[in-house]
Design a binder for this molecule. Structure first.
Ligand SMILES: [Zn+2]
Length: 271
């Protein structure tokens, strides 16, 4: 079963068009878009809805008739989820965030949240685990709501009132067979070749790394730390029996689920 994976399109119209061209050219059985479809720059309450509507029209016009799995990433405002639902209602995408979907012999489970850091938008941010250090915040934290941002008065309380990423992962729908399960998680596992940031820190999730270590699914697909594959030269690593991948923004990953590493084709894209 052939799969095309990419993430972090970030409202880039040409790159999104290119992804559709690749689907037509390579005819995968499944497409997986690992989140951050939209750009946080500019006016997200104008630009993001505009992009979502355009994206829906492109999908419709393309006539692509295969499962297009999607999860929101940390920059995809929750306020715009109803617009994404409209595309999903037309059966153009399947949002698997927090859900399980079976396609053929495989099950796909999505997870959008990333560990908190000092950025403004907290829609998709949670504490990684109970060992999270004191929160650092340099700008007014907000969540998105219809029509605009809403300030968070007490970030500490906001974060502590939500389950941690570790707790969330324990509560995700359980697969029937981990060795036939693909997790699509926007955030990469911490301390690996998939989560290295420009400043030399590993910015992934400890909880996600532990989860992969413990459960050993067939495959995990990540994005988020765009530069990591450029710094480490790695799109694909192994965590024991699990293959974990990160497309970065400079590549699309095409492979067969029956022989992931042997069949992997890295299709470059110049950002
Ligand atoms: Zn991201």
């Amino acid at each position: 079963m052939k799969l095309l994976y990419f993430a972090d399109l970030h409202g880039d119209y040409p790159r999104c068009e290119y992804s559709l061209e690749l689907i037509k050219k390579h005819k995968p059985d499944i497409v997986v878009n690992g989140g951050d479809l939209l750009s946080i720059n500019g006016e997200p309450f104008i630009e993001q809805p505009k992009f979502i509507k355009w994206f829906g029209k492109q999908l419709e016009a393309s006539g692509i008739n295969i499962p297009y799995l999607f999860i929101p990433g940390n920059d995809d405002l929750k306020a715009h989820l109803p617009l994404l639902n409209e595309i999903e209602n037309k059966k153009l995408i399947i949002n698997i965030s927090g859900k399980k979907t079976r396609i053929g012999d495989y099950e796909f489970i999505g997870y959008s949240y990333i560990p908190d850091f000092s950025y403004m938008l907290k829609d998709w941010r949670k504490l990684d685990d109970k060992n999270n250090n004191k929160l650092r915040q340099e700008v007014q934290p907000v969540i998105s709501a219809p029509g605009g941002y809403k300030p968070i008065d007490n970030l500490e309380e906001f974060m502590r009132n939500q389950p941690t990423i570790k707790q969330d992962l324990d509560r995700l729908p359980a697969p029937s067979d981990y060795s036939k399960t693909v997790y699509v998680m926007h955030c990469p596992p911490a301390g690996t070749d998939l989560d290295l940031a420009t400043d030399g820190t590993h910015a992934g999730s400890r909880a996600i790394h532990k989860f992969i270590d413990n459960k050993q699914p067939l495959l995990t697909l990540h994005g988020h730390i765009h530069e990591s594959p450029l710094i480490t030269g790695k799109h694909c690593i192994r965590i024991n029996n699990t293959v974990s991948m990160h497309s970065g923004q400079q590549a699309f990953l095409l492979f067969d689920l029956e022989a992931i590493e042997d069949s992997l084709e890295v299709i470059p894209y110049n950002v």
